[in-house]
Each structure stands twice: as structure tokens, then as C-alpha cells.
Design a protein around this ligand. Structure first.
Ligand SMILES: [Zn+2]
Length: 260
């Protein structure tokens, strides 16, 4: 079963690889065969097998030998691992963690949503690192699917999540205005709506705190290693994405540490 989940993760990861390249470039991403961006040759199905083809072709196009971006195998592997982690986590339910709460409250639609948000989150992470934007399409897809899920469940859960979403967005919007858009983008604000709706109260605060701390840690490392200067801007979205995964799996445990 773990192997099947991993292979599913690789397959969906392959889609995320294409999505993260095409979406910010305004290209159609649901349909259309993959082509080599260098020689425009259509890529045969046997050269399009996640991970395997990249290794078999040694990272080069079969026709023109141009390098294939490492993004593809990296994203495929990342989603494969994330899917397996989620699957293993779900097996260890019940626990107070967000993942188990969604599972027990919303059953199969909830489980499918959890896999979906990992996919969206990875796409946001990759696009924000490369292009410094968070496409509205991704955030809205998450908000729409999550809203449908929440409407299916008990009402009391809905209002607290709604409140958390607006509080998180309000916090980031305040930072956006205070820094005149230099610290926090409006994409981050919309992304905070999604995270807040997903985590509810008080995990939303744990999520933002984790994002700030991992962001600060990364900034210190980048500055100490000379990869960034004090004046360089570092996008916040990727850290919101990293924190989302951490808090999804360990939020309640982190909350326990803060309370102690
Ligand atoms: Zn080529």
C-alpha cells in the first residue's frame, strides 16, 4: 500500500511539475502533451515516467540532449514522500492533530482533501520560490474545495475556521500595509485565508508563528553563508508552505510546547 501511495504521489508530482512551469507562464496546464522546451519535440510516454525517465535519460532530452530541469524529479519525489507521510500519519489516527481531525470529521472526502492540499501547497511553494508569486488559481482551488468540505461537516467547526481565516489574512494584510508591500505580498494574504480556514483556532497562530520562525532561520542561514545580504528580499510564501506541512502533522505537539 505504501508503494502504491508513493507511486500515486510521483504521478501527481509529475502533474505538479508541469503545472508549476505552465501556470505562471500563462499556458494551458490540464491538457496538451509535454514537449521539450528546447527542440519542441513531443515527449513520448516512455520518456515521461516520473523519476524513472529522468534517471534513464540522465536528465537530458532524448532528441536534442538539452538538460531537463531538475524541478521535475525533485517535485515528483517530494510529492511521493509527502503522500507517504500523510498516509502513515492517517494510519496512526486518532490523535489531536489537524490531519486526524479532518479525517474523523469528514471521512473519505476529508482524506482526499488532505492529499489535494499537499499537492496545492507544493505547487505554491515551487512557484513562489521561482516567480515570487502565488497564483490566485491555486489558492482559490484550495478555498473552494475546503469550503465545500466544511459545509458538509458540523457547523460549529465552520465558524471558528472562518474567524481564523480572516484573522490570519488581517494580520498579514496589516504587515503588507505597514511595510508598503515590501515584506508581505497580497498573495500571502490570500494564502493566509486558506491556511486559516484549514487550521482553525488556535493552530492558525501556530502556523503563522512556524512560518515566521522558519523564515527567520532561513534568512539567518542565507546571510551567514553569504547567499543573501541584509537588504535582499526573501519571499514569505515558501515558508508558509513549509509551515503548513509541519503544522498539519505536528501542530498540536508544537502548541503543547508553547503552552508549557
Ligand atoms: Zn529536446
Amino acid at each position: 500500500m505504501v508503494l502504491i501511495i508513493f507511486l500515486l504521489g510521483l504521478a501527481f508530482g509529475s502533474f505538479v511539475g508541469v503545472l508549476t512551469w505552465r501556470l505562471p507562464r500563462g499556458k494551458q496546464f490540464l491538457l496538451g502533451r509535454s514537449i521539450c522546451p528546447h527542440c519542441k519535440h513531443q515527449i513520448a510516454w516512455f520518456d515521461n515516467i516520473p523519476l524513472v525517465s529522468f534517471l534513464a535519460l540522465k536528465g537530458r532530452c532524448r532528441h536534442c540532449r538539452a538538460r531537463i530541469s531538475r524541478r521535475y524529479p525533485a517535485v515528483e519525489l517530494a510529492l511521493g514522500v509527502l503522500f507517504v507521510l500523510l498516509y502513515l500519519r492517517l494510519l496512526s489516527c486518532p490523535s489531536p492533530e489537524a490531519v486526524c481531525l479532518i479525517r474523523t470529521t469528514y471521512a473519505l472526502p476529508g482524506i482526499l482533501f488532505l492529499f489535494f492540499i499537499l499537492l496545492l501547497n507544493l505547487a505554491i511553494f515551487v512557484i513562489d520560490i521561482e516567480k515570487r508569486i502565488i497564483p490566485d488559481e491555486l489558492v482559490f482551488a484550495g478555498l473552494a474545495s475546503l469550503s465545500i468540505l466544511l459545509v458538509l461537516g458540523p457547523q460549529h467547526a465552520f465558524y471558528l475556521r472562518f474567524f481564523s481565516a480572516f484573522l490570519a489574512a488581517f494580520l498579514l494584510l496589516t504587515l503588507n500595509i505597514a511595510t508598503k508591500g515590501k515584506g508581505m505580498g497580497l498573495g500571502d494574504v490570500k494564502y493566509a485565508l486558506l491556511g486559516g480556514l484549514f487550521f482553525g483556532w488556535p493552530l492558525t497562530l501556530v502556523w503563522l508563528l512556524t512560518a515566521f520562525l522558519t523564515g527567520a532561520l532561513a534568512a539567518i542561514i542565507l546571510i551567514l553563508t553569504g547567499k543573501a545580504g541584509m537588504k535582499d528580499k526573501i519571499a514569505f510564501g515558501p515558508f508558509m508552505a513549509i509551515a503548513l506541512v509541519i503544522v498539519m502533522f505536528f501542530g498540536e505537539r508544537i502548541l503543547g510546547l508553547i503552552w508549557l
